[in-house]
Design a protein around this ligand. Sequence first.
Ligand SMILES: Cc1cc2nc3c(=O)[nH]c(=O)nc-3n(C[C@H](O)[C@H](O)[C@H](O)COP(=O)(O)OP(=O)(O)OC[C@H]3O[C@@H](n4cnc5c(N)ncnc54)[C@H](O)[C@@H]3O)c2cc1C
Length: 235
Amino acid sequence: MAKIILNDQIDSDIYYLKIAGKYKGSVGQFYMLRGWNSYHPVLGRPFSIFDLDNKSISFIYKTVGEGSNLLSKLKENDNIELFGPYGRGFPQAKGKVALIGGGMGLASLYFTARELKVQSSIEMVHIYLGFKERAILVDLFEKVSHKLIIDIGGFISQKVNINSYDYIFACGPEDMMKAIVRQKRSEKTKIFISLERRMGCGLGACLSCSCKTREGNKLTCKDGPVFPGEDICFE
Ligand SMILES: Cc1cc2nc3c(=O)[nH]c(=O)nc-3n(C[C@H](O)[C@H](O)[C@H](O)COP(=O)(O)OP(=O)(O)OC[C@H]3O[C@@H](n4cnc5c(N)ncnc54)[C@H](O)[C@@H]3O)c2cc1C
């Protein structure tokens, strides 16, 4: 059990959850969060590490259903269970890097950008964020990037010159990631995407988050959530 430091509503259906304690985790990994005493829902829910330091771990989540709505009721000093870190995150990058987030996909990119920006092998970190109606967390993302590009109501994938970067890390709707992969012309550009398939156990046991790749079916929770963009067979 861990103690909640804050669980702030930062937009109509979006919350910033900060939990006390020292946790492990690398960029692009996720935790399963369970913050309710009832038997139902049985399983925790997967959320990307938004930020991590020696004293706390943070998540940004949107309320969409039962689990996330239960999480939104939690207050400072309430208990929460978290299991993880799980999954394979983003790989080591170098040179020019673009991080592209659509909607809640931004949740896996803040910690990633913060870690990348201080690495000597990184020339620049550009962040592209696409929102439906309103931008959130702009100040935070500005601090961890050399350039922040925001789009509201359009297609963020159309604002990026994919082939001008060495590495692209993306998370968001699958149509956005498909559009990004399709723009790739240059061999030097390496694209990695983080899939957010509906997940059960998070550990590779229930097989519910299976995804189709060029090498056959893989599990988003264990083999991913981050995959080379070209490996995914988009629907
Ligand atoms: C690796 C990973 C990391 C994630 N990171 C974040 C994050 O940082 N922030 C965040 O807000 N969300 C994130 N998600 C999505 C989040 O896990 C789901 O929104 C959450 O599990 C929904 O649980 P619920 O009980 O509230 O909804 P449920 O009651 O289980 O479902 C409500 C509705 O949401 C749909 N739904 C549930 N899970 C998903 C999903 N993964 N993708 C699309 N639709 C879904 C259901 O089909 C249903 O229509 C992540 C998902 C994965 C797999």
